[in-house]
Ligand binder design. Sequence first.
Ligand code: ZN
Length: 235
Amino acid sequence: MPFLLAASPSVLSDDHFSPCDGEHQAADVSLQRIESEWPMRGSGDAVSQYVQKLGTRLAHFSVYERNIPWRFSVIRNLAPNAFSIGGGYVFITDGAVKFAQNESELAAILAHELGHELAGHFCGASELSDSVGLFDIFSAPETQPHQVGIGSMTQVIDPVKEQQADQIALSILQASGYDPRAMLNVARRLPKGDTAHPVDSQRLQTLENLLARTPPMKAQDSEDFRTIKRTLAKE
Ligand SMILES: [Zn+2]
């Protein structure tokens, strides 16, 4: 029987099985702001369609039941970035797709964002707050929760929640047949902050510990992934 990287219940918030009051309303407000501030790829765009298909497939393999209408959107921006805003909205930039060296790594980036949504990290979000609880995989972690501006919005980075999202991502990757080590490979290559943060090495160590008993897998790729990479390279 394969070793399963199921995230323990302790990494999930107490109310993750319950609908979160205000989460969808707050997410809709954030969505409008993002769409007014960033150039988005349309839903008919080939990159958008590929990311939506991959993200939906990953969500299907999650063991956590939240009734979420998943929507994955691609931002035309070359800076590697991926974030979620609650309500099932996940965003990824062209730069993050380019950053992924294979489909497993792109799956890891999306699965991490799914992790934030599935863990209920947006429960309690308020549409009246400037701080929209927006999580970003490419931000350098700090020892304490801190805020970073994205457009007009404020991003909340909480190292504990980042590790929770990582752990859920591992279980999704394994269940969907992608190499969970892709999460570690992505984390190792994330941009470092101005100073060396102990949390960087702590995050990597946690991932390494979780993956220690996982048999090696071949990094997965697909013709669709290679086609999308070629499309982005030509633009
Ligand atoms: Zn995150």
